[in-house]
Ligand binder design. Structure first.
Ligand code: FES
Length: 104
């Protein structure tokens, strides 16, 4: 990824902004990155990448995300579709259980 590519696609937070936030704020924990324009507070796809950027920063490195923006976006789409599918399955299972309890 290049500096102006978005790491948090939900809130359009770029790699550059996250690097600047880490340098300026020196957060004690990775979760504080959410204070950088709400990064990671939407679908949560980017949270592992935010944690990785935090760890790289702690190690004195310039944070990188090693994939193209297109690959990143495609994986996020798959993540969100999988999340929706699992939520639907969970809802269906709960509904089936409720229906069974009513018929018992
Ligand atoms: S991509 Fe960051 S919360 Fe969705």
């Amino acid at each position: 990824m290049e500096p102006d590519d978005h790491v948090c696609l939900c809130h359009r937070v770029s790699l550059r902004k996250l690097r600047a936030y880490l340098k300026r704020e020196q957060p004690p924990v990775a979760s504080k990155l959410s204070e950088c324009l709400n990064a990671g507070t939407g679908c949560q796809w980017c949270v592992p990448y935010l944690e990785s950027l935090f760890e790289q920063w702690q190690d004195g490195k310039i944070g990188q995300v090693s994939m193209t923006p297109e690959q990143y976006a495609q994986r996020r789409t798959a993540y969100r579709e999988d999340k929706k599918r699992r939520a639907l399955e969970e809802h269906t299972a709960k509904q089936a259980q409720a229906n069974k309890q009513q018929s018992d």
